[in-house]
Design a protein around this ligand. Structure first.
Ligand code: ASP
Ligand code: MG
Length: 425
């Protein structure tokens, strides 16, 4: 039996008509049976859907925003398909379903569940368009709704995978079909036990690819990106980047943990456990090698720069002249756990605990309310967290020019700095 492979195409690789044509060219000589193609929403569609939800929540008109999303998808299709092609009817139906969803009332209490019932439309639209376009180009694939086989718990917006159910469904529903046809499906979305839509966290389509690969015992996963592979820094921020030819799973996991956005942090673990290699390749230069992430000792330890934006620094100071002890740390961590917040950097001094986290809607509010009785709390928003792995002998000063430093921490292998751009006046 031919080996299974999983391809994942992110938002940038389907951002307009030319991008989709390019995707089809990549697949022209590569498409085969036993291939699953996972696609994200086109371009910034997920952000656009998020804006609609925020407008709706605050009671504002979102009709212009939803009209724009519709126009965007129809425009792309008019460049790809002949008049009267069935894609136009398929899209029309998806938009009617989306508008119906948005007619339901929304309030803060049900926000996460409501969010998941809306946000996945980006993926439903893009995967339909990709599948129909491949078909038009003579590449026959099947379209499958990922919510039928990616099964999760009910932690809406951050759903956890029910691995045994997902594996069972992938084996029973997908595998037989894959023996005859490649399958196009969506990343990011799943469903809970009641079959309500859930999502795996923003940028979660990489993780979806890894879930499918493990559930189908795939031979490899390839993530097609707008960069040549995994680099030692984001080429949009740094010149002179170095491309890694191969990286060990552990090193890759560490990079994603600190915020390297090239792969979603949850992607590596399942692949490492199953020993499935992950290729990160350029959709602009599909024939070049890219990066192979697998079991290897050969990682080159060059300084690696990772910048995480939209960071929040919160400091909890004890107010009663005592010192920070286990009890206070526990109090803070209990709240973080309850609110499902992840800490990117932690510093403890005699009288305060400082945490750096991703900014998230409502979370700060809740955290402050719950911990106000015990601490004096200060916070700063709109910060950046710079992590340098394997800093070696580099000088940090040049990375801080024009920035104000709020927190700094270094070990032999890692330097972390929380910084804010100085405003010039
Ligand atoms: N479309 C989703 C997002 O932008 C999932 C993904 O792109 O991986 O978060
Ligand atoms: Mg996306």
């Amino acid at each position: 039996m031919a080996k299974m492979v999983v391809y994942k195409f992110g938002g940038a690789s389907v951002k307009d008509a030319d991008a989709i044509k390019n995707l089809a060219e990549i697949l022209r000589n590569r498409l085969r049976r036993n291939m699953v193609i996972v696609v994200s929403a086109m371009g910034k569609t997920t952000n656009a859907l998020e804006s609609i939800l925020e407008l709706k929540l605050s009671g504002n008109d979102y009709s212009l925003n939803s009209a724009k999303i519709k126009e965007f998808h129809f425009q792309i299709c008019s460049e790809l398909f002949p008049n009267g092609h069935r894609i136009f009817l398929l899209l029309e139906n998806l938009f009617i379903a989306l508008e119906k969803r948005l007619e339901f009332d929304l309030n803060k209490e049900i926000y996460d569940e409501y969010y998941d019932s809306v946000i996945g439309y980006g993926e439903l639209l893009s995967s339909r368009i990709v599948m129909e376009y491949l078909c038009l180009e003579g590449m026959i694939t099947l379209w499958k709704d990922a919510r039928e086989f990616i099964k999760t718990n009910s932690d809406f917006r951050f759903a956890k995978i029910n691995w045994s159910l997902t594996k069972a469904f992938c084996q029973s529903q997908l595998r037989p079909l894959l023996e005859t046809y490649p399958i196009v499906t969506q990343g990011f979305i799943g469903s809970n036990e009641q079959n309500l839509p859930t999502t795996l966290g923003r940028e979660g389509s990489d993780f979806s690819a890894a879930i499918l690969a493990t559930s189908l015992n795939a031979q490899s996963v390839t993530i097609w990106k707008d960069v040549p592979g995994v680099l030692n820094a984001d080429p949009k921020r740094y010149s002179d980047t170095v491309l890694f030819q191969e990286i060990g799973y552990e090193e890759a996991a560490e990079m994603t943990y600190y915020g390297a956005s090239v792969i979603h942090p949850k992607t590596i673990k399942p692949l490492a456990i199953a020993g499935i290699p992950l290729f990160v390749k350029s959709f602009l230069k599909p024939d070049s090698d890219g990066t192979k992430i697998h079991q290897t000792e050969h990682t080159v330890q060059v300084p690696t720069y990772i910048v995480k934006e939209k960071q929040l620094l919160v400091s909890f100071k004890v107010t009663d002249f005592t010192f920070i002890e286990e009890k206070q740390i526990h109090q803070v961590y209990e709240q973080l756990r309850a609110l499902k917040l992840r800490v990117n950097m932690l510093q403890i001094s005699a009288i305060s605990i400082s945490l750096v986290m991703d900014s998230q809607l409502f979370m700060l509010e809740k955290l402050l309310t719950n911990l106000k009785p015990f601490f004096e709390i200060r916070y700063n928003e709109g910060l950046e967290l710079l992590t340098i792995l394997h800093p070696g002998q580099i000088s940090i000063a040049e990375h801080l020019e024009g920035y104000e430093v709020l927190l700094e921490q270094s070990t032999r292998n890692t330097i972390q700095v929380v910084r804010r751009k100085k405003v010039e006046n």
